[in-house]
Each structure stands twice: as structure tokens, then as C-alpha cells.
Design a protein around this ligand. Structure first.
Ligand code: SIN
Length: 529
């Protein structure tokens, strides 16, 4: 569908300009109003471009909830309503599953080259619309525009990578144990996939799942977060323009428990892939048992960031800053505990606090802003209660430590010292801009503290000692380790956790395996002449 057709199909955009997230934080109306104006003009432009879709996608048709119910999508920087989207449930999900099931018949049978071409076209369109998609992410998720544009590139990278990998799904020939037999292993798509995605990366967490699924010949029902459905819908619109056939990509959103239950109950859905909290992941894993579905789970983390005495302080500060404050601390791989050796502790704490003080907080469209709002009031309250617990047990605020004067869901970038591993802030995922510093003496102690958690997603170490970097990387019970580097996610490397951080890997050549079944074929009586 071209631009003009998309414009003709433009749906209603609601800009109330009045509702607020936190009524107790209305003390800065002039600035909020200014923010609102900026966001409003972006929303109007998006509406004109036709990428602001506000209906679900079921079997290639833009669809309202069958009972007409809607939910509001808010701008987290202001609380303003950006749009209304359908509040879908079990019935719409079952129809989406049926469409995906039907589409699987043909999509899985066309050649890998044809699927690859569609994915490549989708990638080209994502890049061509990078600016609008970035704006949409900032509008509904709040992250600074520069970071949002980075997410679009990251997200598109998964589609490009898997467009290429689609052509490399090789099977095997196994040397036979009997002369008259030939043994093969075929790799075949698992079938319909339910992809449940979070609000912190509204685009990248979709493409990281849908890219490999489509490459292998699977079809998908996506359930984006109700907090950030607009980016998912824009991506789906571009998938249609890329020529991906109706029913291959479906999007439903609204009543999360009903949608989840429908995906779990359906025998036609053969796989659930989920990024989100450990608590929900466990429920999905249990629910998938009823129909023995495959699951990939990318769940919560509790990343240690270990700074050794022999670290280059500048490298460690830069890396820890990136690992902690990306997306205002709202990523599963964010450094949750900065575990610093006693000889470098003071130096690091001072340099790190100075760097954190320079982080500019504001609405994502603001010039120079690197820290946006938190996603909602509940997120701020969680940060406040973890901080309160730590302070009551002896931690000290080195910087920040309260809501930002901008009000709403803005929180000051914060550093606290004298933290220990028993405090709640070290046990739970902070998911906010608070960096807790813990002190250690010996390498073994750092490893013990780092591994003393049920989580096992990402870990970071800063050292200039090569032997130590290997030794500690091997000892850490984590799926990803950054050595002298705080930003390590890329589409070409496997992403995923151990322990209660999840199952399976996303991205890289290994990401394909999650969407493939192995079939062993034995051909007998092959030596008859
Ligand atoms: C996440 O927070 O779940 C994903 C982070 C990443 O892809 O780097």
C-alpha cells in the first residue's frame, strides 16, 4: 500500500492534552505544556505519514476490537493521550491464530529466497522510515530521540540479518550405519508463533523474534505491550508494504491475560516467544505445558558490573554509564549492581558520579536530552521503594535520589554508595536510573557476589588484566559478558540468559534454531539395483 493510500486510511488521532500520569506531580505545568506542544506536532506529522496505525492486524485486515472497546496510549513524558487502540481479547486472538495457521501453509512452502527478498524489502522500508519510527518510539515510550533512532537501526538489523540467514537453513546428511540406508536431517519451521513483546524496546524486541521466525517459514501473532502498541502497528504496516502476505504477520493487543490464554490454549500455536518479567515468563512456561509448546523466554536480569583495581577508570566510567543509564535504566541488561574493588572505589565513585551529574534529563524530543521519563508512575514508585529500603539499611546517596523537578515520571539520575548484596536493590531488577555501588576486596568475593542471584542475563567486567578477563568471564553464571564494554547487544551475537533469566537465544545464527524442528528421515532399501 502506497503513501497516499495509507493517508486515505488515516485513523483518528486523539490528543487530549489534559490527562496526566501523576496528579501529585503537576507542579511544573509550563514545562509540561511546552513538552506537550512538541510531542503534539510530532504526532500530527506521524498521522499525516500514515504510519500512525490504531487498529490491530488480523489476517491482513486492520481490525477493531469486536466489542468496540479501546485502550489509551499515553506519552510517558506528559501523560497526554496519543491515540486509542482496540482492546482485543480471546476472540480476535483466535482469529489471528487461524489466519496465521492458514498463511503458514503457503509461507512455509515458498522458497527461502522468496522469504529472504520479502524480509530484505521490510528492512529497506524500516530504514527508509527510520525518522518516523524513531519519533513514534519517543512519543509512546519516552526514550530520547537519538536513542530511539538507534533502536530503529538495531531493530532493522535483525530483519536484515535474518533475510540473509533465511538462505542458510541447511540440513545434514548422516553417514549411515547400514549399507542400504541413507540418513538425513531436515530443518523445518515450527509453525505458528505467538510473540509477546515488552514496552522498553517497542520495535527491536519484535524484529528480534519475527525476523528469524519468518526467515524459517513460521507465521506470527504478535502481542505488543499495551503501553507501546503504535510502533508495532507501524512495523506491521511496513511489513504489508514489503509484500509479506496477509496472515503471516498479525498484531493483537489489549486484554493481555485473555490474549495470552488464547495463545497458550491453541494447539495451532506451536511456540511462544516472550521478552518480559520473570514472573510472567514462568506463567507462560507453565501454560505452554498444556499443549507442549516450545518456549523462548528472555526474562529479567540483575547484571553485575565488576570494576577491578586494575581497570582503566575512564573506560570503566564510560562503560558503566552506558550499561546503567541506557533507556533510563529500563533494560534487562542494565547494570543493576556496580561491584567495585576497594582500591579504586573512591576514585571510581567520584568520576562516575561526576559523569552521571552531566546526564541531561528531559522529554525525549528535547535538544541534548539523554535521560527520558520512566514508563509510568508504578515504575517510579518501584525505584522509590528500592531506594528507601537501601537507605534504611545503611546505603548513602552520592547523587540524586529523588523525583526530578520536571515532575510526571522523571527521576533524577542517582548514585548510591555503601550498598550490600542483601538489600532489595541488589536482589531485584531496579529498571530505573539508580546505580548502587557495592565494595569488594578479592576477585573470588566479586564473583561470589555477582553470581549470588537467581538471574543470569548480562554481566560486565572492567579490568586491564587479560588472564583475569578470561577467568572471570568463565566463572560468571551469565548468558552475556561485556569485558571493558557496556553496550554489547548486536544482531550478530546470541542474546539470552541462564538460570531464571530465561531459555533460548535470540539474534545470530543460533537465533534460527528457536524456530526450527529437526526431522530425521531414514531411506531404506537403497542398495537394490
Ligand atoms: C532488553 O532489555 O530486554 C533487551 C536489551 C537489548 O537488546 O540490548
Amino acid at each position: 500500500m502506497g503513501l497516499s493510500a495509507r493517508m486515505a486510511l488515516r485513523t483518528s488521532l486523539l490528543l487530549s492534552g489534559s490527562s496526566r500520569v501523576a496528579s501529585s506531580h503537576l507542579s511544573a505545568p509550563p514545562l509540561s505544556r511546552q513538552i506537550s506542544m512538541e510531542a503534539q506536532s510530532v504526532a500530527t506529522q506521524l498521522s499525516k505519514s500514515g504510519l500512525l496505525r490504531t487498529q490491530g492486524l488480523v489476517g491482513g485486515k486492520w481490525t477493531e476490537a469486536y466489542d468496540g472497546k479501546t485502550i489509551k496510549v499515553n506519552n510517558p513524558a506528559t501523560g497526554d493521550v496519543i491515540a486509542n487502540v482496540p482492546c482485543m481479547g480471546g476472540r480476535e486472538t483466535n482469529d489471528a491464530i487461524s489466519s496465521a495457521y492458514e498463511a503458514f501453509n503457503s509461507w512455509s512452502k515458498i522458497t527461502a529466497t522468496e522469504r529472504s527478498k520479502c524480509l530484505r524489502k521490510w528492512y529497506d522500508l524500516l530504514i527508509a522510515h527510520k525518522e518516523e519510527l524513531g519519533q513514534l518510539i519517543t512519543l509512546e515510550q519516552g526514550k530520547p530521540l537519538k536513542e530511539a533512532l538507534g533502536e530503529v537501526s538495531y531493530a532493522a538489523g535483525f530483519i536484515e540479518f535474518f533475510a540473509e540467514e533465511a538462505k542458510r537453513v541447511y540440513g545434514d546428511i548422516i553417514p549411515s550405519t547400514l549399507v542400504d540406508r541413507r540418513l538425513f536431517v531436515l530443518k523445518q519451521p515450527v509453525g505458528v508463533v505467538g510473540a509477546i513483546t515488552p514496552w522498553n524496546f517497542p520495535l527491536a524486541m519484535i524484529t528480534r523474534k519475527v525476523g528469524p521466525a519468518l526467515a524459517c517459514g513460521c507465521t506470527v501473532v504478535i502481542k505488543p505491550s499495551e503501553l507501546t502498541p503504535l510502533t508495532a502497528l507501524a512495523a506491521a504496516e511496513l511489513s504489508i508494504e514489503a509484500g509479506i502476505p496477509a496472515g503471516v504477520v498479525n498484531v493483537v493487543m489489549g486484554n493481555a491475560p485473555e490474549i495470552g490464554d488464547a495463545l497458550l490454549a491453541s494447539p495451532q500455536v506451536r511456540k511462544i516467544t516472550f521478552t518480559g518479567s520473570t514472573a510472567v515468563g514462568k506463567k507462560l512456561m507453565a501454560g505452554a505445558a498444556g499443549t507442549v509448546k516450545r518456549v523462548s523466554l528472555e526474562l529479567g536480569g540483575n547484571a553485575p558490573c565488576i570494576v577491578f583495581d586494575d581497570a582503566d577508570v575512564d573506560v570503566a566510567v564510560k562503560g558503566a554509564l552506558a550499561a546503567k543509564f541506557r533507556n533510563s535504566g529500563q533494560t534487562c541488561v542494565c547494570a543493576n549492581r556496580l561491584i567495585v574493588q576497594e582500591g579504586i572505589y573512591e576514585k571510581f565513585a567520584n568520576a562516575f558520579s561526576k559523569a552521571v551529574q552531566n546526564l541531561q534529563v528531559g522529554e525525549g524530543f528535547g535538544e541534548g536530552v539523554v535521560q527520558g521519563p520512566l514508563i509510568n508512575e508504578a515504575a517510579v514508585q518501584k525505584v522509590e521503594s528500592l531506594l528507601q529500603d537501601a537507605l534504611s539499611k545503611g546505603a548513602k546517596v552520592l547523587l540524586g535520589g529523588k523525583r526530578h523537578s520536571l515532575g510526571a515520571t522523571f527521576y533524577e539520575p542517582t548514585v548510591i554508595g555503601d550498598v550490600n548484596n542483601e538489600m532489595l536493590i541488589s536482589r531485584e531488577e531496579v529498571f530505573g536510573p539508580v546505580a548502587p555501588l557495592l565494595r569488594f576486596k578479592e576477585e573470588e568475593e566479586a564473583i561470589r557476589i555477582a553470581n549470588d542471584t537467581n538471574a543470569g542475563l548480562a554481566a560486565y567486567i572492567f579490568t586491564t588484566n587479560m588472564q583475569r578477563s578470561w577467568r572471570v568471564s568463565e566463572a560468571l553464571e551469565y548468558g552475556l559478558v561485556g569485558v571493558n564494554e557496556g553496550l554489547i547487544s548486536t544482531e550478530v551475537a546470541p542474546f539470552g540468559g541462564v538460570k531464571q533469566s530465561g531459555l533460548g537465544r535470540e539474534g545470530s545464527k543460533y537465533g534460527l534454531d528457536e524456530y526450527l524442528e529437526l526431522k530425521y528421515v531414514c531411506m531404506g532399501n537403497m542398495s537394490n539395483s
